[in-house]
Design a protein around this ligand. Structure first.
Ligand code: GDP
Ligand code: GDP
Length: 435
């Protein structure tokens, strides 16, 4: 689980993207084979000790045809709004510049935890030069070299120390969900339609993230909470139209949700940008429901639903576990299917399978279809066990973890799904060497 968000700010060429890549480096290859959102990344994840943080390189968020000063201004605003800890990067090579001073001024006013990180301190001589940055009035400074990988660990230690605790325990026992999708797919209409039908709204909870308003309510004895991606219910945020920024917003909401509703605009059909959104939903390891909205605008006969289902499956192969519902937020058609679907998917996300029952299924699967030998060596699964939920995570104890190939993992996953369902939730399968 993501424990908080770190934003990197600083003027161009101080080394933000080099530093960013250094931070997310070791995870990159894992993340990169998931579709959609990986190119041109401005956000990633960094593991430090037992924690995982999201990292944003604000330098990658740009507004077209705006003067440079505007752009930095926006980047700092976004960092202040979205991050729990801000890393302000400056460069020892160039020294204190006027843009550094402008950024420092904004950060001081923000009351956010800020660490001043002096980059390009490649050697000891440059360390002396770094001291002039004390003049920015941000207190202690950390000297690093992103290129050489020096000092990074100290920065992350400090981040861990000052990261404010996330207060999401108040959502225990509730099912939290968020609605994501391209602009105009009907996110706010859907939220309103769900809330309209006599739901008892408990009260608005001031979210952990700045001005996000999460709405808890009761329905048929169950408690739910809609995690707002800010822009959804309060329109007119200044930077909302910048796609990369709306992605960050969505990521924040996804982090805090049990189940994600991924909306498609039925009046337009599937668009390229939907793939980015779907990728976000899948990568997070949360429950996912695909909601085909604006069903009222679709000309249908008795085959339409089947045809569209096929199309959705073909476009979002990796979301094959997600149920699809067809609704109209405008007319209210089939809106009553949504909460039961959310409840069911959340139940599946938290399902635990008894070890002996699981082993029967997996060992049977192996017997029916043993893994193909690889360089003369054959994978042997001895036993398995479910080690986690949300998402359900299974460990296979094997002779050699290297021998578990993607296709065989897929086969095992399918067998688990055939036996136990798990509709709506991704499944993780890991291999460990049997000791
Ligand atoms: P950004 O514009 O802030 O994202 O900066 P970049 O990451 O693109 O880096 C700008 C330039 O600084 C590139 O040529 C980098 O190779 C260089 N650079 C980044 N970090 C270091 C460092 O630690 N030492 C040195 N000497 N150069 C660095
Ligand atoms: P958001 O940007 O994703 O929050 O989308 P909105 O909820 O603001 O909706 C965008 C537009 O689509 C508005 O004009 C809505 O009235 C319209 N809309 C939303 N849901 C439906 C629907 O189910 N059917 C039809 N016909 N229009 C819809």
């Amino acid at each position: 689980m993501i424990k908080g968000t770190i934003a990197i700010v600083g003027r161009p060429n101080v080394g933000k993207s080099t530093f960013f890549n250094r931070l997310i480096g070791q995870r990159k290859s894992i993340v990169d084979d998931t579709p959609g959102v990986t190119r041109d990344r401005i956000y990633g994840e960094v593991d430090w000790l037992t924690q995982t943080y999201r990292v944003i390189d604000t330098g990658g968020i740009q507004i077209d045809e705006q003067p440079f000063a505007e752009e930095i201004n926006m980047q700092v605003d976004i960092a202040i709004e979205e991050a729990d800890v801000i890393l302000f990067l400056v460069s020892a090579k160039e020294g204190v510049m006027s843009d550094d001073m402008a950024i420092a001024k904004k950060l001081v006013r923000s009351n956010k935890p800020v660490l001043l990180v002096v980059n390009k301190v490649d050697n000891e001589k440059l360390q002396m030069d770094a001291f002039e940055f004390y003049s920015l009035g941000l207190g202690d400074l950390f000297c690093i070299s992103s290129v050489h990988g020096i000092g990074i660990g100290d920065v992350l230690d400090k981040v861990t120390e000052i990261m404010p605790p996330k207060n999401i325990s108040s959502y225990d026992g509730m099912t939290s969900f968020c609605v994501i999708g391209r602009p105009n797919v009907g996110k706010s209409s859907l939220v309103n339609a769900i809330l309209k039908e006599d739901r008892v709204i408990v009260s608005n909870i001031e979210g952990t993230t700045r001005d996000a308003i999460d709405t808890p309510f009761k329905y048929e004895g169950e408690e739910y909470i809609i995690i707002d991606t800010a822009g959804i219910r309060k329109k007119g945020k200044i930077y909302e139209d910048i796609e990369k920024y709306s992605i960050l917003r969505a990521l924040n909401a996804i982090d805090r949700s049990n189940v994600v509703l991924f909306l498609i605009d039925g009046s337009l059909g599937i668009r390229e940008q939907d793939k980015h959104v779907a990728g976000l939903a899948h990568e997070a390891g949360k429950g996912v429901i695909i909601v085909y909205n604006k069903w009222d605008t679709v000309e249908k006969d008795d085959k339409t639903m089947q045809k569209i289902t096929k199309e959705i499956r073909a476009h979002f192969l990796y979301l094959d576990y997600a149920p699809i519902v067809f609704v109209s937020a405008l007319t209210g058609q089939k809106i009553n299917q949504i909460l039961p679907a959310i409840q069911q998917v959340h139940d599946n996300c938290t399902l635990r399978i008894q070890t002996n029952v699981l082993n029967d299924v997996i060992l049977d699967a192996q017997m029916m279809n043993p893994a193909k030998p690889h360089n003369g060596k054959q994978l042997k699964i001895y036993y398995s066990s479910q080690v986690g939920v949300e998402p359900p995570t299974f460990v296979l104890f094997v002779n050699d973890p290297e021998l578990l190939h993607f296709s065989y993992k897929r086969y095992i996953e399918n067998k688990i799904r055939e036996a136990f369902g798990f509709e709506g939730t991704p499944i993780r399968i890991l291999a460990r060497k049997k000791s």
